[in-house]
Each structure stands twice: as C-alpha cells, then as structure tokens.
Design a protein. Structure first.
Length: 441
C-alpha cells in the first residue's frame, strides 16, 4: 500500500497544470493533487471493500483448500440401556433378569489422505494462486479508477477556479469601461446606449461568476466525496508547473497488454478456466486414498453370557475409487468450460479493441489540445497588448465603444480558450494514464 501511494503521487505530478499564471493558491487550507490522491487511497470506501476482497483471496489460497492435506476426525459415543433378560443356554442354564443394564463406550480417530486424484490438487492450487492474483489486479484497477476520478474532479475545480479568476478580471475591465462610458455620456460626448451596453456587459459577467461559483461548489462537493469527506469540507487547490512528454502512440499500444488491468484480469480469468478444466477432467480418473485410525470400544452387561467386551488398537489401509459412469455430467461440464474459454478469448479481443479506440482518441485529443494551448497562449499575449492599447485609445476617444467592446470580448474568449485547451490536454493525459494502468502501479 505504501508503494502504491508513492507511485500514485509520482504519477499525479504529471497531471498538474503546465500554465504560467496558474501557480497560485488561496487560503490556508490548500490541498495539493498528491495529497488528494493519497487521501482517496487511504479513505475511499470502495477501495476498502476491494482491499477486504483481496485479503479474503489471500486467506483462501492454501494447500488445504486445494485438497492436498489429509483430513483427521475424531468421534466418541456412550450409550446406556435397561432390559429384561431371559436366556436359555445349550448346557441347560437359564438366566432371567429384569432391569439388566447395558453400557457401551466407543472412541475413534480416523485420518484420510488423498495421494492421487488425477492432478486435481495441483490444478486447484494453481487456480487459487491465480484468483489471488486477480484480486490484487482488481484492487489495482479500483485504485487506478479512484485516482482517475480524483484527478478529474481536481481538474474541474482548477478549471472553474481559473474561470472565476479571469471572469473577475473581466468584470474589472467592464466596470472601468462602464465608468468611462458614463462620464462621456454625462458630459455629452457619447450616446447613452454606449453606457447601457457597458452596464449590460458588466451585469452579464457578474451573472457568469454566479454560474461558475455554482459549478465550483458542485465540483468541490464531488471532490470531497472521492476523498470520503463531507460535501462542504473546505479546501483550496494548488497550481503547480509541470511538463509532460508522453511516449509515442506505438509504444503505448505495444505496452497495453502488459499494463492495462482489464486485459490482465481477462488473461488471469482465462488461466483460471484452464485450471478448472483440469479439475473437472480429474473427476474422470481414479482416486487413491490412504486411511489410518485408532478405535476403542468397550461394553458392560450386568447379565448375559458376555459381561464385558473391550477392543482397541490402530488400523490402516488404502482405498481405490474408480468412476465408471457419471451420466455424461463430466463431459458436459468440460464442453461448457471450453465454451467459456472461447468466450474469454473473444472478450479479450473486444476489451482490447475498445481500449485502443479510447487510447487513440485520448492521444489525438492530447496532441491537438497541446497544439491549441501553445497557439492560444501566444495569441493571448497579443490580445492582452491589443486590449491595453484599445483602453488607452478609448480613454482618448480615438476608437468607438463598439471597437473597444470587441477587444474586451476577444480577451475573454482567448482566456477561455486557453483554459479549455489546458483542461482538455490534462484530462487527455489522465485518460491515457488510466487506460495504460499507470496512475497506480
């Protein structure tokens, strides 16, 4: 578990925003992505259940459950009876007794050890080994999914935080324009419509902040849910710089069979079916058992020919059981097992095809979002400079309100495109890593 936390934290660093201007945090309670992932792996309810299932598989994997170890049992009994006795012996003696008592005690210890059963024990142990491996893979799969959900929730919080920040900056710009438009209207150098348009734009941005704050509150609530915390638990997110260089698509495709938990689980399930086939087939073969034990029997009669009888001592033997006819049940079970193995092969191909499609889509999205981000980032600097020039020109009344308004809208749209391209890029990275099973290793 500790190793898993370290690896999860290491992979988390690849998902942080690589955008200058995002390196910030507000408030005292700042939750980093690494801390969020560690909390989710420690506290998530689904992961705890998966860990318990893994413990069960570990407990059940032993030679006793596979059938190799001998079985030993003990038994003891006591009986008492009272009878009316009437006996005639050959020598002419007659015995008549009413209320004659009879007591009997017995005890035994028996052991049985199956020394041959057609290789069923070995196949069963291999099946248990693989089932324990499957439980570990399921735990890893669950952990990867939880980390992915935490990253997605964290990215959403970051996105809405940045949207809120840029929208507040836009409000300040629109407010400045509104004040200038009002002053120009009051002194009679601009129409009232310019001022009213500035007020409308200003109110529109304020309303947008309300919507963003609503989305931000919901995103934080979902984030807390992933961390097994109350929905209103307060926290702020941190923004760090990171640069990711994903390997070529061909390398990812080559590695997916050995890394993706779904494919690994499918392979292990196919191996389990193969061992079950051997277990079923072993039922058609002879079984040889070694038997040993010790017995003690004692009886006491108050009347009769034998007043006391005691026997005790060890015993040993070997038994052979040969199945002759089982109604075709074993043959039917073997045929069903073969069909299940074929289904497993088909399932593997279907899962891999879906994963390769998802991987390709995520990779294409990542590449295009990265290109868009680089382009929009350089374009944003141009638009910012143009907006500053437009502000100065507007103050000097050298451009119209419509022209100045358009530069402000261009700035807002450019900032939005930068944020969205970063979000798409980082979300695509998370998609690729979860498909490759690399969020938790």
């Amino acid at each position: 578990m500790t190793k898993m936390l370290k690896n999860a934290g290491r992979m988390a660093l690849l998902i942080l925003f690589p955008l200058a201007g995002f390196a910030q945090g507000t408030g005292d309670s700042v939750l980093s992505l690494r801390e969020a992932i560690n909390l989710s792996l420690e506290n998530n309810f689904d992961l705890k259940i998966s860990r318990n299932n893994q413990d069960i598989a570990d407990i059940q994997n032993n030679w006793g459950n596979a059938g190799r170890l001998p079985t030993v049992s003990g038994a003891a009994g006591y009986s008492y009876s009272s009878n009316n006795l009437r006996q005639k012996l050959t020598n002419g003696t007659e015995i008549t007794r009413n209320g004659a008592s009879f007591q009997s005690e017995n005890a035994s210890v028996t052991a049985q050890w199956r020394i041959y059963n057609g290789g069923r024990v070995l196949a069963a142990k291999k099946r248990l080994d693989e089932q324990e491996k499957i439980s570990a893979l399921l735990f890893r799969q669950q952990a990867n999914q939880i980390v992915y959900e935490v990253i997605t929730a964290y990215l959403n919080v970051l996105r809405f935080e940045k949207q809120k920040e840029t929208t507040l900056e836009a409000i300040a710009l629109f407010e400045e324009r509104m004040v200038l438009a009002e002053n120009r209207f009051n002194i009679g150098v601009a129409p009232k419509s310019d001022y009213l348009q500035a007020v409308a734009d200003w109110n529109s941005q304020k309303n947008l902040v309300i919507q963003i704050e609503n989305n931000l509150a919901i995103s934080k609530s979902l984030m807390n849910n992933r961390l097994a915390r109350g929905p209103e638990y307060p926290f702020n997110v941190s923004f760090e710089l990171a640069e990711v260089d994903l390997p070529p698509m061909a390398n990812l495709v080559a590695e997916i069979d050995t890394l993706n938990p779904d494919l690994l689980i499918n392979k292990s399930q196919a191996y389990v079916l193969a061992q079950q086939y051997k277990e079923i087939n072993a039922l058609r073969l002879p079984t040889v058992n070694l038997n040993a034990g010790a017995n003690l029997n004692n009886s006491n009669n108050s009347a009769g020919f034998t007043l006391q009888n005691t026997t005790y001592g060890p015993n040993a033997g070997i038994s052979l059981a040969v199945p002759i006819f089982q109604g075709g049940v074993i043959k039917q079970q073997l045929r069903v097992n073969k069909v299940l193995q074929n289904t497993q092969v088909i399932g593997f191909a279907a899962i891999k095809n879906d994963l390769l499609t998802s991987l390709n889509n995520a990779y294409v999205t990542y590449k295009n979002a990265k290109r868009s981000y680089e382009l929009e980032l350089s374009n944003l600097e141009v638009i910012k400079e143009n907006n500053q020039i437009a502000m100065e020109r507007f103050k000097k009344a050298s451009i119209t309100t419509v022209e100045f308004r358009q530069t402000q809208l261009d700035l807002i749209e450019s900032q939005t495109r930068v944020i969205n391209s970063v979000y798409l890029m980082k979300q695509a990275e998370a998609d690729i890593l979860v498909i490759m099973g690399k969020l938790v290793e």
